[in-house]
Design a protein around this ligand. Structure first.
Ligand SMILES: [Zn+2]
Length: 239
């Protein structure tokens, strides 16, 4: 995000109250301060959700084929984004260190609004962040990404006893994978459970009135995807 002083101040409750139908999301974004600056969104605002999704997938294909362009990854990019950000995409992915989002999509600074936690779970704070990334910053596509060999999903399948606050993550995954409990030694079951978790977290995001309204206005597309650790390919499983 930008410097805190440049950001609008709001609570999720007030966002939902406004987003619940009194105001269109364009007006709401204006009330909240657009992208946090006086600068209008530029190239991002011209993209359709489908074009934004195509840009993401094209970048992943460049990575998979080792034909990266490495856009926006040097200090030359910094003056372009210092006054504000207009990411064209938002992502909810697992925090796993083997899923570095900008690298896998061959993107750089200011391109993708990324929220990560173990198991790519749509917690209240994750949903709030993604409402900000889509409504206020204007990301046109929102992708939930699960991945091969996800430890959070496997631990949930095992119904593992976990220390500290880790159980919060498992509690957020369990409703998605009730059909796969105890199947943690079956690689295919792990993959299916991981994909079921992606679909469940997409459903959780769709319960946000803001995210639902942006989709109804054709300003946002939400999709689910699965990342292969073997190849780095990110494949859509829900469009
Ligand atoms: Zn994971």
């Amino acid at each position: 995000m930008n410097h805190p002083s440049a950001q609008p101040h709001f609570s999720r409750r007030s966002l939902i109250q406004y987003g619940g139908g009194f105001l269109g999301t364009s007006l709401l974004a204006t009330v909240l301060g657009s992208n946090g600056t006086n600068q209008p969104a530029t190239a991002q605002s011209d993209l359709t959700p489908e074009q934004a999704l195509a840009q993401l997938m094209a970048g992943n294909q460049r990575f998979v084929q080792n034909k990266q362009k490495n856009p926006n990854q040097t200090t030359i990019r910094l003056p372009e984004v210092v006054e504000g950000q207009t990411p064209f995409a938002a992502v909810l992915s697992c925090a796993d260190s083997r899923i570095p989002i900008e690298i896998l999509f061959d993107r750089g600074i200011g391109d993708i609004f990324v929220v990560r936690d173990a198991g790519n779970v749509a917690t209240e704070s994750a949903i709030a962040s993604l409402e900000f990334g889509t409504l206020v910053l204007g990301a046109k596509v929102l992708m939930v990404i699960g991945h091969q060999d996800c430890g959070a999903v496997i631990s949930t399948m095992k119904q593992a006893e976990v220390p500290g606050s880790i159980g919060v993550i498992l509690d957020n995954i369990k409703p998605a994978i009730d059909n796969y409990l105890g199947e943690e030694n079956d690689i295919e079951a792990i993959k299916q459970a991981t994909q079921a978790n992606v679909l469940y977290q997409v459903d959780q995001l769709n319960q946000s009135p803001i995210i639902a309204q942006l989709q109804a206005e054709n300003k946002l597309k939400i999709v689910g995807a699965y990342a292969s650790l073997d190849t780095g390919e990110i494949r859509l499983i829900k469009t």
